[in-house]
Ligand binder design. Structure first.
Ligand SMILES: [Zn+2]
Length: 328
């Protein structure tokens, strides 16, 4: 089946600032698969484009979470790049306060902040919202000033709890991918609003202690609140060996995670794609037969062969995110 896609997690500016020309089609398929033309030519209409930062990251890091200005400037650098791409007509930045009219044929981008340190304090939230920010994950794996990440034991800090309320006041959605178990629990007790996991799979299927993927109870909490879970395509989060090695995951593994999550949801309308394509790992770490977004129809075919109806396929490819993000 041919249809358009919404991808719930793509590190577009991280990739660009890492040195790739994202305006040019990728030419070394072993090494890279994401650029604006690669996405457009693969019928990806919209992405949640990240503003990813983390202390110590070699591309977009800062010395410590306490250095608020340094974290802000790393986040702002990515916002500026998205805004430039919009001004030049290469993307259509959704919800932006920019005066340049949108190019309706361009790749749509909704802003997702992965790691909240660039929000210097709760008074910054209104400004970020004006810039188009609509989804925030409080932390990447190593933790931020606001929350413990999936490599941490601790939960939300008091500043983190205050930030959750400020985000709620601006209707900014919470992304639970990368939260520690304690952070997840704290988030759930701090807010009644929708929580998503933009790029996470089932921890129960993976049979690992790593907090990076979702326990069944966490997935159910997300579904009960009307949230959506985006399937991550990194082999490490698909194969039961929990290995990032090439060729350790297949499209069947993707289908298995999707079906498990659908069973927990009790429906097939709250699972979607959150590929994480190419963000910090190469196509070698993508499933066999799914090394490039142009191969996404193969995943749909496999879901159809396993009983997904046409409506359910449309929901997985784009509808689930579109309903939640109120786009289209
Ligand atoms: Zn991530």
């Amino acid at each position: 089946m041919q249809t358009h896609w919404v991808d719930g997690h793509v590190d577009l500016t991280y990739i660009a600032l890492g040195g790739r020309n994202i305006l040019k089609e990728c030419s070394t398929p072993e090494e890279e698969c994401i650029s604006i033309p690669d996405l457009k030519n693969s019928n990806v209409k919209t992405i949640a484009g990240t503003i990813y930062t983390s202390p110590g990251d070699h591309v977009l890091g800062y010395d410590s979470s306490e250095n608020r200005d340094a974290a802000f400037s790393q986040g702002k650098k990515q916002l500026d790049l998205y805004r430039d791409l919009h001004t030049q007509g290469h993307i259509n930045l959704l919800h932006t306060n920019q005066e340049v009219p949108p190019n309706s044929d361009a790749l749509e981008v909704i802003l997702l902040m992965e790691g909240a340190d660039p929000i210097r304090n709760i008074d910054d939230v209104a400004w970020w919202h004006e810039q188009g920010l609509r989804i925030v994950g409080l932390t990447w794996s190593v933790g931020t000033r606001y929350a413990g990440g999936n490599n941490c034991k601790h939960g939300l800090t008091s500043e983190g709890k205050a930030l959750v309320s400020a985000l709620d006041a601006h209707n900014i959605l919470h992304d639970a991918s990368h939260l520690s178990e304690q952070s997840f629990e704290d988030l759930v007790s701090c807010t009644d609003t929708v929580i998503i996991a933009s790029h996470s799979n089932s921890r129960n299927l993976l049979q690992t202690d790593s907090q990076r993927n979702l326990l069944d109870e966490q997935a159910k909490e997300i579904f009960n609140r009307g949230g959506v879970i985006g399937l991550n395509l990194c082999t490490m989060f698909l194969s039961k060996t929990f290995s990032k090695k090439p060729q350790t995951a297949t499209i069947n593994d993707c289908v298995e995670h999707i079906f498990h999550l659908c069973d927990l949801a009790g429906n097939r309308s709250q699972i979607a794609l959150g590929s994480d394509f190419d963000g910090g790992f190469t196509p070698k770490h993508l499933p066999i037969g799914l090394k490039h977004p142009s191969q996404l129809p193969t995943l749909l075919q496999q879901l159809q062969d396993n009983g997904f109806s046409e409506d359910e396929l449309h929901s997985f490819a784009h509808g689930a995110w579109e309903r939640l993000y109120k786009i289209n």
